[in-house]
Design a protein around this ligand. Structure first.
Ligand SMILES: [Zn+2]
Length: 270
């Protein structure tokens, strides 16, 4: 069932979006339909709230978003046309990134619920990022920060994040509700402790390694339980095995991929 475009609500108090409005709506809508077909999900009742504002966007993109974690029935998309990184040739690709990413979240949350558990959040974000990559939208926001790091720094960053996460997960008394999702997944407490998009990056490494070792896809792995993943991860870590570095396409590769022509199984990129 197709996503009903009448369910898009636009909040644009300063008329920042005017000339881009139809483009944003249609690009986002098409990507939701595409993700829905891949996930066998019925998005006909989905609501999408698009807000043009100077808050809530990823600084490097001028776009932000989130899935409704309670009812799994809506997506919020924040667009910031005042951000110089918004109106670029990559806009369409990034809108599609967000659409398929949040669509995967909705299906995941419907199956598993939302428990504010670090391991579960890492899995939720990592699988959504893998889903983006699977569909050919390879500028996943899980990869935005590491663009600016050297290969060595990426490795250090991932190692440190994995240590931090395993430490939390191994502590039976640790209360993850005391950890801010934003710190881990957006990065507000300074880059050292929580690098921007660090949780997305670690989640992507977790999902990538898990999928490689199990032969599953972000769609067939939808039923996997967090407890099983945690057990698998703890065992690997105790043996000295570390998560695999996720694929980090360079900016040039992304620009090239955007000019690829239509392929039935991948998103249409202009
Ligand atoms: Zn996400």
């Amino acid at each position: 069932m197709q996503f009903n475009r009448e369910n898009i609500k636009i909040d644009d108090p300063f008329k920042w979006l005017e000339d881009k409005r139809a483009y944003v709506e249609e690009t986002f809508g098409q990507a939701i339909d595409f993700a829905g077909r891949k996930l066998y999900a019925d998005f006909s009742g989905l609501r999408v709230n698009i807000r043009a504002s100077s808050v809530g966007d990823l600084r490097e993109w001028g776009i932000g978003g989130g899935a409704d974690t309670y009812f799994a029935s809506s997506i919020d998309l924040f667009v910031n046309p005042m951000n110089p990184n918004f109106n670029t040739p990559e806009l369409g690709l990034r809108l599609r990134n967000f659409a398929v990413h949040e669509a995967h979240h909705l299906v995941w949350i419907k199956r598993h619920g939302w428990h504010e558990d670090l391991a579960e959040d890492l899995l939720l974000e990592g699988m959504a990022a893998r889903f983006e990559l699977e569909l050919g939208v390879d500028s996943s926001h899980a990869l935005t920060k590491p663009y600016f790091l050297s290969q060595f720094d990426e490795c250090m960053c991932l190692t440190r994040l994995e240590e931090q996460a395993i430490h939390i997960i191994n502590d039976p008394d640790y209360d993850y509700t005391g950890v801010d999702h934003k710190d881990w997944f957006v990065g507000y407490k300074g880059l050292e402790e929580f690098p921007e998009c660090g949780g997305h990056f670690l989640g992507l490494a977790l999902a990538t390694t898990l999928l490689e070792e199990t032969g599953k896809t972000p769609i067939t792995a939808m039923d996997i339980s967090t407890a099983d993943v945690v057990g698998w991860w703890q065992k690997r870590y105790a043996k000295g095995l570390r998560l695999n570095m996720p694929l980090c396409p360079s900016r040039q590769q992304i620009t090239e991929s955007m000019s690829l022509k239509v392929n039935n199984d991948r998103l249409v990129l202009e």
